[in-house]
Design a protein around this ligand. Structure first.
Ligand SMILES: Cc1ncc(COP(=O)(O)O)c(C=O)c1O
Length: 397
């Protein structure tokens, strides 16, 4: 048998990483497999189960044999429910063709970048950022251009963006509320960003995965709701966090007319849509609006505050965020300032799983990400283990 050489994978993969958060999770699974107890704060999903009403809606769809191919951009009932939601709640002036149902926020972001990016384009994004964004941009052979958030806020957001804008800048990725910091930008800040995007003729990819998980203060301002912004914005929403549906894999993109056909084409040729029964479950979820989150909000807040108190007592410095699922403290002096080393020590020596801040960009270095969206027992046990480890660590110094 003669055999020629094996073709290598496409070059694009040379610059695309594989989620480091998944690497942490794999190590945790290894420890659990070896029978060890692990205090798990590395995740990023709601602590509640999917509501029964949503599960029942999928069961009912199956019983009705709604199991066949659906239009690849979504069943009309779901697209209509999305349209009403984004027009009334988010105040986005969407039209009937704007909503495209996707396989979670991840496919929505993939479709948004695939729609907008040519090789060589540049994408502005504030840092710290959600890790996969840089890889999604690179997958499309474009370049991420980081804008350090804290420095930009003191310099002035538009000024900081302007300094990093070139003739190749085409897109601004916007994630509010933010993962990993839990920051929510003020209306005034969102207006400043919008004005900048309009003046420079940029498209915006707005990732609003955490829009419902805001515990205090003003609600999120959808950037596409501001004057002249809908026309240049692809807004990506997901049911993962709002309805405790991370494993169902469903979300939606809201696209203005000029981008609708491209977004739909990406969905057609990647997944040909979302599973039909899942879409029926989503119709039920959206019909409940914010009902479930309203029931869960107090539980989130209590968990956030309990974990923040435990971290503070162990010497971590942090600002309590008003949104999302995470605390993003500075590593204390008794732990390494190198966040990978700090996360390694916590996991290997105290069985506490976190995500090293550096995976969220250079501005995340010196921090660790802890999810507070875990069970009460996990918070109690984790805080106890941390206090014991801190006492040992302080003793070592
Ligand atoms: C900022 C941000 N955007 C989007 C997503 C995508 O979520 P999903 O693909 O589960 O809808 C996540 C998930 O963690 C996220 O943190």
């Amino acid at each position: 048998m003669t055999e020629g050489p094996f073709p290598r994978p496409a070059r694009r993969f040379e610059s695309v990483g594989f989620s480091e958060i998944v690497k942490v999770r794999n190590r945790v699974i290894e420890l659990l497999g070896a029978g060890r107890r692990v205090w798990r704060f590395e995740g990023g999903e709601p602590w509640m189960n999917t509501p029964d009403a949503v599960k029942d809606a999928m069961g009912a769809a199956l019983a009705r044999n709604q199991t066949r191919y659906a239009p690849s951009s979504g069943i009309p009932e779901l697209r209509q429910a999305i349209l009403e939601k984004v027009r009334t709640r988010n105040r986005i002036p969407a039209d009937a063709e704007s909503p495209v149902v996707v396989v979670g926020g991840m496919q929505g972001l993939f479709a948004a970048f695939a729609t907008l990016l040519d090789p060589g384009d540049e994408v502005l994004l504030f840092s710290p950022y959600w890790t996969p964004i840089v890889d999604l941009v690179r997958y499309h052979q474009a370049s991420p251009v980081l804008v350090p958030t804290a420095a930009a806020r003191s310099e002035g957001l538009a000024k900081a963006l302007a300094r990093r804008t070139t003739a190749r800048t085409k897109v601004l990725y916007w994630n509010c509320p933010n993962n990993p910091t839990g920051d929510v930008f003020s209306r005034q800040e969102v207006e400043e960003i919008a004005a900048f995007a309009r003046e420079r003729g940029l498209a915006v990819v707005s990732d609003e995965a955490y829009e419902d998980l805001i515990y205090e203060g003003a609600p999120n301002v959808a950037i596409a709701s501001l004057p002249g912004m809908y026309e240049r914005t692809l807004t990506v929403f997901t049911l993962s966090k709002s309805y405790s549906m991370t494993g169902w894999r469903i979300g939606y993109v809201v696209a203005p007319e000029r981008y609708q056909s491209a977004v739909k084409t990406v969905v057609l040729y990647t997944t040909n849509g979302v599973s039909t029964p899942t879409q029926w479950a989503a119709v039920e979820a959206l019909s409940r609006g914010s009902e479930f989150v309203a029931q869960w909000r107090e539980g989130y807040r209590a968990r956030r505050d309990r974990l923040a108190a435990g971290l503070t007592a162990a010497g971590f410095e942090l600002e309590t965020p008003r949104a999302a699922l995470y605390l993003f403290p500075k590593t204390p002096s008794w732990l390494s300032e190198d966040s990978r080393e700090a996360a390694r020590a916590l996991l290997d020596e105290a069985r506490i799983a976190t995500v090293p801040g550096v995976v969220f960009g250079p501005e995340g270095e010196g921090h660790l990400r802890f999810s507070f969206s875990v069970s009460d027992e996990m918070i109690a046990g984790g805080v106890e283990a941390l206090a014991a480890f801190a006492a040992q660590g302080a003793g070592r110094r």
